[in-house]
Design a protein. Structure first.
Length: 780
């Protein structure tokens, strides 16, 4: 470790008593003098990290006492001398990072003392000696980055002393399931970039010390064996660029130390296991270029250590979960391109403040690019091309140099970027189109003004309790602030946010009309329910208003808050809080979400819904009957808290009026509030069974097949209920069955139903839950 220059003097070969010769890390040039072969007492010859050139002299093979030969990191050329096969004492032979060529003589199979062999990064070719693991001490084999071809050396199969094997980037052939055995000490196995075939042998599960397993870029077939989960020390698993098929086994998600997982470029199918969330040390995940499908699980957002996430070029559908925005350390890339993803882009992506590369292209994303994208200050590439996006491209600082090809084609993105149309292009274009449009446009605008000016809007200032209602006419106000709540210009805002109720903002439809999602200018999301205009409703304007005024005053923690309404000859709509996750019905239809909606959450949900309906029936004056309690009208937020929604068909029950109605024909005239009780019973059974209890209602209950086991109707997707949950479930089922009594008089009131749930009677059943029948459920 000096700055010695020049070449090694041949005279050193006269020091025949020399044991150790260290010349490493200098600037020595020239060849290795063949005279060094005279140093017959030499045990250590260390010449690494110089600029030694020329070839390895045959004479070195004479030093039969040599234990260590370090020639690595030099400029040595020529081929490996056969004579080195005579080094009977050699334990450590390191000649990597040179320019050796030619073959590795079979004589290397005679090195019976060899523990480590390092020949990587040369240009060696031909087959590896079959007997390379001839002694029983062989631990490290590194011949990576050469041009070796032919089969895997047969001696490796039983070489149980192996600690590391690296043969990557050669042209070796053979069936990996045949040529490798069980290696109890093996920590790193790198076989990548060869021509290996066959399937991954279950033997691999016995190599429990493995931290690195890299089989990438071969021709490996078959599926990923779940037994890989036995490799609990694994940090890096690369199986990319092979011909693997089948599903990603959920078992590998138990590899708690995994940091790099690359399964890219195979033929894997099926979904991403939701257990992926357990891989909480994962820094790199690449499952791109497969045939994976299904929804991208929300759980992926729990892999908080991810720096790079690639799921592109698959068949994933559904929306991109907002939870991805939680991966604060995501820096290198997020690539979801070339899938079948749809829906709006989640606002939460904007939280990825250190992300540099984001590719969302070649999907079916719609809506606008969330304004939050402007806060992704590190982004240097944002590709959203080939989607159905529209609206303004957010102006992030680093996107000033963006290429228009990142945004085109799309449905209609506009912005201040060369190649994109400016955002007010329609007006500009209209002017350019010449006189006719130039004349028409003002006329259209004037007519629009007249129509809007004719609007009379009722304002409910929900925050201002002192002044709950205030009627104003549009004429009295600025044209675009006709309806103002919470200090916002809501009317204009809503019409603009939904592009005058364009179909693409529809998130639901029903008999009453359509529901639109609108993002107000300050970012708040609201659900806007636009009601059909029927003759009758117009006649009954006064009643509609008084009902709505009462509904806007409802404040209950499990009822979707209604902010206000608008009623005029052109528009009649209600504005509600927007609840994220969607309806209970939708969640129960989704395997992953249904699983996440565990028994505890379901029990809490039933209790919340009971409380909400009880509030409507018993604490509102006059009482409010919902009339349409179904799993479609119970919305859940991201923590699965439930909210009763949809008062589209609700009517205020005037105690003095005979406001009874027929319910769905089948059950005859019944007390109107008892129809909500019945519907509640259906929803509770739906929660318990995970699906609409249609069959049960049609069959078992009326046919006396009540001996059906409770455990047999339970939704199998959540984990098995624990004993406290079993008690609550038995209670829920009992309550649901009483709500479904065919005689309305026999049904409890919602207040009683709610009380039952929060104050369960101590006299619980003696029948174990696993043996409980529906009949017993009815009478416990
Ligand atoms: C995964 O493997 C593919 C193909 O072999 C490669 O192109 C890609 O860079 C790898 N990804 C990571 C994150 O290492
Ligand atoms: C984004 O992904 C698409 C499809 O996978 C690819 O063609 C495109 O080159 C990527 N964009 C950038 C900027 O790398």
């Amino acid at each position: 470790r000096n700055q010695i220059t020049g070449s090694i003097p041949p005279e050193l070969g006269n020091l025949t008593m020399l044991n150790d010769l260290y010349l490493y890390t200098n600037q020595i040039t020239g060849p290795i003098p063949l005279e060094l072969g005279n140093l017959l007492n030499l045990r250590i010859l260390d010449l690494f990290d110089n600029q030694i050139s020329g070839s390895i002299p045959d004479s070195l093979g004479n030093i039969t006492n040599l234990e260590y030969l370090g020639l690595y990191q030099n400029q040595i050329t020529g081929s490996m001398p056969k004579t080195l096969g005579r080094l009977q004492s050699i334990q450590d032979l390191q000649i990597f990072d040179n320019k050796l060529s030619g073959t590795l003589p079979q004589e290397f199979g005679d090195l019976i003392s060899l523990v480590r062999l390092g020949l990587s990064r040369n240009s060696l070719s031909g087959p590896l000696p079959a007997n390379i693991c001839s002694g029983d001490r062989f631990q490290y084999l590194d011949v990576s980055f050469n041009m070796f071809n032919g089969p895997i050396p047969s001696s490796l199969k039983t070489c149980t002393s192996l600690v590391r094997i690296d043969i990557q980037s050669n042209k070796l052939t053979g069936d990996i399931s045949q040529h490798f055995g069980v290696y109890p000490q093996l920590t790193k196995m790198r076989l990548a970039s060869n021509r290996l075939s066959g399937h991954i042998s279950p033997n691999i599960g016995a190599c429990t010390q493995l931290t690195v397993l890299n089989l990438a870029q071969n021709m490996i077939t078959g599926s990923i064996p779940p037994i890989l989960s036995k490799l609990s020390n694994l940090i890096e698993l690369r199986l990319d660029s092979n011909h693997l098929s089948g599903e990603i086994p959920a078992e590998i998600c138990t590899l708690a130390n995994l940091y790099r997982l690359n399964l890219s470029s195979n033929q894997l199918s099926g979904a991403i296991p939701t257990q992926i969330e357990k891989l909480n040390k994962l820094g790199y995940l690449d499952i791109s270029r497969n045939r994976l499908s299904g929804l991208i699980p929300e759980e992926l957002g729990a892999c908080m250590k991810l720096q790079s996430l690639k799921i592109n070029n698959n068949n994933f559908n559904g929306s991109l979960p907002g939870a991805i925005g939680n991966i604060a350390g995501l820096q290198i890339m997020l690539d979801v391109s070339n899938n079948k993803l749809s829906g709006v882009l989640p606002q939460q992506l904007g939280r990825l403040q250190i992300l540099e590369f984001l590719n969302l292209s070649h999907n079916q994303f719609s809506g606008s690019i969330p304004s939050s994208f402007a806060s992704m200050v590190s982004l240097s590439t944002l590709d959203v091309s080939y989607n159905d996006l529209e609206g303004l491209v957010p102006t992030a600082r680093l996107l000033q140099n963006a290429s228009a090809s990142w945004f085109l084609p799309n449905k209609g993105l506009c912005g201040n970027l060369s190649g994109l149309r400016p955002c007010y292009a329609t007006t500009v274009a209209a002017h350019k189109k010449g006189k006719i449009l130039g004349l028409l446009l003002p006329i259209v605008l004037v007519m629009g003004f007249i129509i809007v000016a004719a609007i009379v809007v009722t304002i409910i200032l929900t925050r201002k309790k002192r002044n709950p209602q205030e009627t104003v006419t549009a004429e009295a106000r600025d044209l675009f602030s006709v309806w103002n709540f919470n200090g916002r210009l809501a009317f204009d805002d809503i019409v603009r946010a939904t592009e005058d109720f364009d179909d693409k903002y529809i998130i639901g439809t029903g008999g009453y009309g359509k529901v639109y999602k609108a993002q107000l200018q300050d970012g708040q999301l609201v659900a806007v329910k636009k009601l059909h205009q029927t003759e009758e409703e117009l006649d009954d304007e006064r009643r509609f208003r008084s009902e709505m005024e009462i509904l806007t005053q409802i404040r209950q923690r499990s009822i979707v808050r209604m902010y206000g309404f608008c009623s005029h000859p052109v528009y009649k709509f209600l504005v509600y809080d927007y609840i994220k996750q969607g309806s209970l019905h939708r969640i129960l239809e989704n395997q992953e979400l249904a699983k996440e909606l565990d028994w505890n959450k379901r029990i809490a949900l039933a209790t919340d819904v009971a409380q909400a309906i009880s509030y409507l029936h018993h604490e509102c004056s006059p009482p409010i009957i919902h009339r349409d309690i179904t799993s479609n009208n119970i919305l859940l937020d991201t923590s699965f808290k439930g909210f009763v929604s949809d008062f589209g068909t609700a009517r205020i029950l005037k105690p003095d009026s005979s406001n009874s109605s027929a319910l769905a024909g089948t059950y005859g005239y019944i007390a109107p509030e008892k129809c909500d009780v019945y519907s509640f019973g259906v929803v509770v059974l739906e929660l318990v069974m995970g699906k609409h209890p249609r069959d049960l209602l049609d069959g078992s209950l009326s046919n006396g097949e009540q001996s059906m086991m409770v455990k047999d109707i339970l939704d199998q997707r959540p984990t098995t209920p624990i004993s406290t949950e079993e008690n609550s479930l038995a209670l829920l089922i009992k309550l649901a069955l009483s709500c479904l009594e065919s005689s309305p008089q026999a049904r409890p009131t919602m207040r009683e139903a709610y009380q039952t749930l929060i104050q369960p009677s101590s006299s619980s059943t003696t029948v174990p839950f696993s043996a409980l029948t529906l009949q017993q459920g009815m009478h416990v």
